[in-house]
Design a protein around this ligand. Structure first.
Ligand code: MG
Length: 159
């Protein structure tokens, strides 16, 4: 069986008055991610895990932040494109596991909606999409509410 594992990691700074979008869900908060796109750090980590499994680089290579067509873009569009690359390479996605590290706000109430949003874009069952959230116990940049980080692991199976 031809299986491949991929890992993704992303960080964005937080700033007052910006939208906070995580896994395609807009979350009410005083701060949002500073970014060229909509700043969906979780989707960016997921995209990089998919590209990593195929050793195809990262989303920075695929969608340069110097390119105006990606300004403010809904990151779900980027994910959709990455999923097409996976399919075109003859793989299907077995599961995705993503962890978001953020001190505030509490993300638990949004987790199931986030999983559903990702499942919709990726086109696999929601029980194959895991989204978890953690604080960093007020340690580091996440704990000081200066930024958000996300990691993701993906398993691909040759279709
Ligand atoms: Mg990013």
């Amino acid at each position: 069986m031809d299986i491949r594992i991929g890992h993704g990691f992303d960080v964005h700074a937080l700033a007052e008055g910006l939208r906070l979008v995580l896994c395609g869900v807009e979350i009410e908060h005083t701060k949002g991610c500073v970014a060229h796109s909509d700043g969906d750090v979780a989707i960016h980590a997921i995209c990089d895990s998919l590209l990593g499994a195929l050793a195809l680089g990262d989303i920075g290579k695929l969608f340069p932040d110097t390119d105006q067509q990606y300004k403010g873009i809904d990151s779900r569009k980027l994910l959709k494109h990455v999923v097409e690359i996976v399919t075109n390479n003859g793989y299907s996605i077995s599961n995705i596991d993503c962890t978001i590290a953020m001190q505030r706000p509490k993300l638990r109430p949004h987790i199931d909606t986030m999983r559903e949003r990702i499942a919709e874009v990726v086109g696999i069952d929601v029980d194959r999409i895991s989204v978890k959230a953690t604080t960093t116990e007020r340690l580091g940049f996440e704990g000081r509410e200066e930024g958000v980080s996300a990691t993701a692991v993906t398993l691909l199976i040759k279709a």
